[in-house]
Design a protein around this ligand. Structure first.
Ligand SMILES: *Cc1c(COP(=O)(O)O)cnc(C)c1O
Length: 458
């Protein structure tokens, strides 16, 4: 028999979780107005709300915290971090920020102006937010195959080069400050971008003299998919692939809460000294001095180590195998899931799961509530609540897909936890026909309503 994969770490410190009763969960959820964001973490058994900042640090990261240098300027911990980032990416200029959206805020303050158009592959919401806040617009150039959950494509994060070419033709390169490539593409379900595609984007950018910036939160997961799916990369190390990926960009923004395996942090890394100098001014205004930018010395030290661990094959294999293990359990039970499985989460197609709930009653949210009541597992709706209302008509915007996202924190849960989540969903799947109604809204904020919405059972 082939040996199964096993986590390449053991547990030294444990954090208790409380396995509540169904009656308790019913009461808590009612108090929370059926919005899972309103739950207290102690009321959640297994928390799959997000993989952002929820990972477990290694013993080496915890010891790095003790060696942090808290000097205002020229901190040794900054030098360590810079050395690791430059070695991994080849970028010589580094600016720390307090998280990923802060990196976007600082860099876009230099690069993006009113009327600009920023093409990319399904921009992440904060990225889009920082573009639109500057009265510019994001233009989605993802390949059409990404939209079909039943279709297999190894690189559903890829950009459609002819769409990209069209954007340049329509708007002119003067209005395009950069092309943003998100690796892996969070908004299409943690789907990777191939090296071939990154090269094609670079080629197009060079022909038009455009900079390419990678939104890099899950760059190491992307490298893992290139190694395991793209011809010619089987024998390359993760770090060789990472280096080659970034050699095709002019700079990057990073949310270290993902592949940095820390609980808070971010950074910008750049090739050009001129751009670095301009960006530094905004970093000092918004984040902090250029050698700490919103991070403590100790946190930079832990991040330096986290980046090294995240770019090992052993870590990535274990991480992604765990996510795919959960996906396979669900697929075997014939639960409709998005395929191929992404790097950081499994997405359940709620419309094909709860076929008797009308879409006006928030299908994916109904499934999220059912899962919590059944098991204490918290997942998140990626559906109509998140899609919000049309700013003009104020009507609900119904997205193409109603998804329930199960995001897996790094190195936090075991295979037993994955089994538990799968069985909870299978139980609901078996009685899905009896679930015929959902929820209605009692209160909602004018924008970003999903965080604070209050619901009532119909
Ligand atoms: C999380 C994320 C961000 C924003 O980072 P924060 O650290 O949450 O501010 C930007 N882009 C992508 C692709 C992300 O996943």
């Amino acid at each position: 028999m082939n040996l199964p994969y096993a986590e390449p770490y053991k547990i030294k410190m444990v954090e208790p979780m409380y396995p509540s009763t169904r009656a308790e969960r019913e009461a808590w959820l009612k108090e929370a107005h059926y919005n899972l964001f309103n739950l207290k973490s102690q009321q959640v058994f297994i928390d799959l709300l997000t993989d952002s900042g929820t990972g477990a640090m290694s013993q080496e990261q915890w010891s790095a915290l003790m060696s942090g240098d808290e000097s205002y300027a020229g901190s040794r911990s900054f030098e360590q971090l810079k050395k690791v980032i430059t070695t991994l990416t080849g970028f010589p200029y580094i600016l720390p920020t307090h998280q990923g959206r802060a990196a976007e805020n600082v860099l876009f303050s230099v690069m993006v102006k009113e009327g600009d158009v920023v093409p990319g592959n399904a921009h992440f919401d904060t990225t889009k937010g920082h573009i639109e806040f500057r009265k510019a617009s994001a233009y989605d150039c993802t390949i059409d195959e990404a939209a079909d959950t039943t279709l297999y494509h190894s690189f559903k994060g890829n950009l459609d080069i002819s769409k990209l070419e069209n954007v340049v033709e329509i708007y002119g390169k003067e209005r395009i400050p950069m092309i943003i490539v998100t690796v892996t593409c969070n908004s299409t379900g943690g789907q990777p971008v191939s090296m071939e595609n990154l090269k094609a984007v670079r080629n197009l950018a060079d022909r038009h003299g455009l900079p390419v910036i990678f939104d890099s939160a899950r760059f190491a997961e992307n490298a893992y998919f290139i190694k395991t799916r793209e011809k010619g990369y089987e024998n390359h190390s993760i770090r060789e692939i990472v280096k080659e990926m970034f050699s095709l960009a002019d700079g990057m923004t990073m949310s270290s809460k993902k592949d940095g395996i820390v609980n808070m942090g971010g950074f910008i890394a750049l090739k050009s000294q001129a751009l670095y100098r301009e960006t530094s001014t905004f970093n000092i205004m918004f984040e902090g001095y250029i050698t700490y930018g919103g991070m403590s010395g100790r946190d930079m030290a832990a991040l330096a180590r986290g980046l090294e661990e995240a770019t090992t094959f052993e870590f990535l294999e274990s991480r992604i195998s765990q996510v795919h293990y959960l996906g396979e359990l669900l697929r075997e039970a014939e639960i409709p899931v998005q395929e191929p499985f992404g790097g950081h989460a499994i997405f359940v197609d709620a419309t094909r799961f709860l076929t008797n709930v009308p879409r006006e009653e928030f299908i994916a949210q109904t499934l999220a509530v059912e899962l919590y009541l059944e098991s204490g597992v918290r997942a998140v709706e990626i559906g109509t609540l998140l899609a919000d209302r049309d700013p003009e008509t104020r009507e609900n915007r119904y997205p193409r897909l109603e998804l329930l996202r199960l995001a897996i924190p790094r190195r936090v849960y075991t295979r037993n936890h994955m089994d538990y989540v799968a069985i909870a969903l299978i139980n609901i799947f078996q009685r899905r026909k009896q679930i015929t109604s959902g929820y209605k809204i009692n209160y909602e904020a004018p924008i970003m309503r999903h965080f604070t919405v209050e619901l009532e059972k119909i």
